[in-house]
Design a protein around this ligand. Structure first.
Ligand SMILES: O=C(O)CCC(=O)C(=O)O
Ligand SMILES: [Fe+2]
Length: 312
């Protein structure tokens, strides 16, 4: 595996005063690569530090403790042990060398029942995770307003439609233990995939590994490193948003390449109300560019995707 070049992703300032110009930069970023950094995102350094400390504490628990929170067959929430998930179904390897825990929406939800480690073992875990969950959801909602602007819709478009009532945020804490077989092309921390939902906001501990491939159909694939920028979070457009924009915005292929170093990351996968029907945005289609996909309910779409990933 040769050295990869840096992806040099654009930076979006969420507090910039000129929203129109920010939306234009965002539009270009989403059309070009579907990946970008955000700064002034409302999450302070101190919270991120606590979040990563709690994440380390959880993954350091004995497997037996973690397995008490194991993701149940029909649920998306809970703990997924090493090698249980394979993001690239074309691979013949046994699964990705990573473990994770998913925490679903904090509001009452019929769809997801959250499982928390015992307070005795990890007293600060739940309050820290809940604080981050709430704040990053709020960041995600600001970003959705900006994305609406960037496709020439009203800032309040998704909110006014009721699509965020409630929004469906899924927080995922990930741990890559640092695989000894990292020289093997097939053993990747997270194999090549695009994300399913609307958008993903990622915080990492700064350990490199994330890579993007701008042209998924080109062979051989060219991978670029997404380097850490102090204070910035990484955002990517998911397949559902790509679908909403009739493929104007890109849901870009990415992967995590293990470098033999332990790595932690926390991803927020933001989705809209599950019973909502997604169809092409009116500003993204025309007579000469008709919708490429039929309308589909969010829940039906996500189910299809998760069944493939978990081999359910
Ligand atoms: O850990 C990372 O940096 C990325 C994880 C990821 O792409 C995912 O879980 O979808
Ligand atoms: Fe991903």
């Amino acid at each position: 595996m040769g050295e990869a070049s840096a992806a040099n992703l654009p930076i979006i300032d969420l507090l910039a005063s000129d929203k129109v110009s920010t939306a234009a930069t965002l539009r270009k970023a989403c059309i070009d690569v579907g990946f970008f950094y955000i700064v002034n995102h409302g999450i302070d350094k101190e919270l991120l530090k606590r979040l990563f400390e709690e994440s380390e504490r959880f993954f350091a628990l004995p497997l037996e403790e973690k397995m008490k929170l194991k993701r149940k067959e029909v649920e998306l929430t809970g703990y997924t042990p090493l090698y249980s998930e394979k993001l690239d179904h074309s691979l013949t390897t046994k699964g990705d060398p990573k473990e994770s825990i998913n925490i679903g929406p904090l509001h009452d939800s019929m769809c997801h029942e959250n499982q928390w480690p015992s307070e005795e073992l990890l007293p600060n875990w739940r309050p820290t995770i809940e604080e981050y969950h709430r704040k990053i959801l709020s960041t995600g909602k600001s970003l959705l307003s900006l994305l609406a602007l960037s496709v020439n819709l009203d800032e309040g478009y998704f909110e006014n439609l009721g699509a965020l009532d409630p929004a469906m945020p899924m927080l995922r804490l990930l741990h890559y233990p640092g695989d000894k077989n990292y020289h093997n092309e097939e053993v990747l921390g997270a194999s090549a995939h695009s994300d399913y939902g609307m958008l993903t906001i990622l915080a990492t501990d700064g350990v490199p590994g994330l890579q993007v491939c701008r042209e998924k159909d080109r062979q051989p694939r060219i991978w670029q490193d997404v380097l850490d920028i102090e204070g910035a979070l990484i955002v990517n457009i998911g397949d559902m948003f790509e679908r909403l924009t009739n493929c104007l915005f890109r849901s870009t292929l990415h992967r995590v390449l293990p470098r033999g170093t332990e790595r932690y990351s926390v991803a927020l996968f933001l989705d809209i109300r599950y019973d909502f029907t997604v169809e092409c945005l009116e500003t993204c289609c025309s007579e000469s560019n008709p919708p490429r996909f039929p309308p589909i309910r969010v829940i039906d779409y996500l189910k299809q995707r998760f069944e493939l990933a978990y081999g359910a």
